[in-house]
Design a protein around this ligand. Structure first.
Ligand code: DON
Length: 305
């Protein structure tokens, strides 16, 4: 297995030069564009890794699945999906046009920025600090890693330059999708996107989904099985944004990407996969990371379809 992973990483490194770092968050341009790594944890506790698997990066949009879990556990699925849709979109993750011109009168799904910001607004807590602390603690539990922290420079960079997210959020306030104070909701959203992880952390989160919500190491049920089913479905249809269809055909694993270069992929009943590769394609997915997953899914026959 280790040999296989090394071969897959080395043969796909060439794709990193074709991608770009996310420059709309200035701090993300400090990442190493050539990096590429993978970490796999299997349900029977084995760990396999290759490449630059140890580098740290910010979780970015992968955090959207974590806030969705908490929002559903706090409010129930019917309430959450009364404010956010469950339909994929052909538009980009930060699309503004999508928000007003769809028939649902709500963001299309919880994986695009508008839907994720609305989801964060539904998480319970007496103030923004308590809401964020619940997200961070839940993420630590999912990873089995007590040391997770916010990358302060990325958080500040996002907060300073997040005009587009602000536009989405204020629009949603005007239509009562968001009921709380907009700046407080955005602050939590920027912070959750700036939690720093490794490919190992992502593989551990994915493993909890692969195990239908029970932590394989503590054997604690972290979320109801029904919640894992919803999240895996949304990841499959919307997790890779407007590339989700092609990704489902070529790879066939519930997955979520982030502009920090991470991809989390779930092989149900088998393994959790974490990828890092900060060079992105034009849709905001790790360009080489997608190729790595393509080879891995093919070699190990992982597609769920
Ligand atoms: O809101 C943003 O734009 C970022 N914090 C997260 C976007 C993201 O990761 C999109 N993923 N590919």
């Amino acid at each position: 297995m280790e040999k296989l992973l090394e071969n897959i990483i080395e043969s796909n490194r060439r794709y990193t030069v074709q991608g770009e770092l996310a420059s709309y968050i200035p701090e993300l341009t400090k990442a190493n564009k050539d990096a590429l790594g993978i970490f796999i944890t299997t349900l029977n506790g084995e760990e396999f890794y290759a490449g630059d698997n140890e580098i740290k990066f910010t979780i970015q949009s992968i955090s959207k699945i974590i806030s969705l879990i908490i929002a559903i556990m706090d409010n129930g699925k019917d309430y959450v999906f009364s404010k956010v849709g469950m339909e994929p979109t052909k538009d980009s993750f930060n699309s503004i046009i999508d928000l007003e011109l769809n028939d649902l009168n709500k963001p299309l799904n919880p994986m695009i920025n508008a839907g994720a910001i609305a989801t964060v607004s539904m998480i319970r807590g007496k103030d923004k600090d308590e809401v964020f602390s619940r997200i961070l603690e839940f993420t630590k539990k999912l990873c089995g890693n007590e040391d997770l922290k916010v990358n302060e420079s990325v958080y500040i960079s996002e907060k300073k330059t997040g005009s587009r997210n602000r536009a989405l959020a204020y629009f949603m306030k005007s239509t009562s999708i968001i009921e709380k104070d907009v700046e407080e909701v955005l602050d939590v959203y920027f912070k959750q996107c700036s939690i720093e992880v490794t490919s190992k952390d992502l593989s551990k989160i994915a493993l909890v989904f692969a195990n239908e919500g029970v932590s394989p190491w503590s054997e604690e049920r972290i979320m109801p099985k029904e919640v894992t089913r919803i999240i895996k479905t949304i990841m499959t249809t919307c997790g890779m944004y407007d590339a989700s269809g092609e990704f489902a055909v070529n790879i066939g694993l519930p997955s979520k990407s982030g502009v920090g270069g991470g991809i989390l992929a779930v092989a149900p009943g088998k393994m959790g996969i974490g990828i890092v590769g900060p060079a992105l394609d034009e849709k905001g997915n790790s360009i080489a990371g997608v190729e790595v997953l393509k080879d891995l899914s093919h070699e190990l026959e992982l597609s769920i379809f």
